[in-house]
Design a protein around this ligand. Structure first.
Ligand code: ADP
Ligand code: NI
Length: 222
């Protein structure tokens, strides 16, 4: 009955894809179905290198941004509610549902301090995949798209972006897209959980450094 199980799982994944695509129609381009698809593929790639429960990995990757609090008035419970409702309809076991919801709840960069120390490998995998999609060329594209979506400045010349800014400096530079690199994107490489994630992050990180150098060079008309 192993084959039967695989068949049932495949059906659930297909239903989840359909559900997520519909739900994310019209979403901001950095948090749309294609972001989910990339994170799903990256998750499977990393999962090949770690012993894990693939069902949990795939469902979590597909559902992780189903209702991002950023786009829902800061509501952190909506994604959990929507996901539970959907998974229950698919007759997914309560144990699996709880594991998937745990990942959705703890994947975010913002919540990283709150996250418990001994994380399940499935969370580590999907978190790495989500973070990999935030860096490199795609990460640059997503970040500028988000900044445009929010009508933020690309950059402010008063402040040269750097790590360890003073509070004053930080306040002024907050909200620029270039600042987001220093606030978050450049930190992600060292936050990778898995060996495979670290490996993929290296090239993407270097590409961002090259981009930032060139950006400032052109900004200053050097
Ligand atoms: P998480 O869900 O892990 O806390 P976010 O959803 O805040 O991460 O960020 C996902 C992506 O959205 C970022 O990698 C970036 O591309 C974009 N983004 C989020 N906040 C900003 C911002 N203030 N400026 C530019 N891009 C942003
Ligand atoms: Ni995401």
């Amino acid at each position: 009955n192993y084959l039967n199980l695989i068949f049932k799982m495949d059906k659930i994944i297909q239903n989840t894809i359909k559900f997520v695509k519909e739900k994310l129609e019209g979403a901001e381009a950095g948090h749309d179905w294609f972001h989910i698809e990339r994170v799903w593929k990256l998750s499977r790639k990393i999962a090949e290198t770690e012993p894990c429960n693939l069902e949990i990995v795939e469902l979590s990757a597909l559902l992780h941004d189903i209702a991002d609090p950023k786009f829902h008035d800061g509501d952190e419970t909506l994604a959990l509610k929507i996901s539970r409702e959907f998974l229950e309809m698919q007759n997914v076991s309560e144990e699996t549902i709880q594991q998937v919801l745990f990942i959705i709840q703890n994947i975010s960069f913002k919540n990283r301090v709150k996250a418990p120390k001994n994380q399940p490998i499935e969370l580590k995998i999907v978190q790495d995949a989500d973070r990999l999609d935030a860096i490199g060329a795609i990460g640059i594209g997503r970040t500028f798209n988000f900044g445009g979506f929010k009508n933020n400045l690309m950059y402010h010349p008063d402040i040269h972006p750097k790590l360890n800014m003073t509070k004053e400096e930080y306040k002024k530079s907050d909200g620029t897209t270039i600042n987001h690199f220093h606030e978050k994107l450049l930190l992600l490489k060292d936050l990778m959980n898995t060996q495979e994630g670290k490996k993929i992050a290296e090239e993407r990180h270097q590409f961002m450094l090259t981009f930032l150098d060139q950006f400032l060079k052109e900004w200053n008309v050097e």
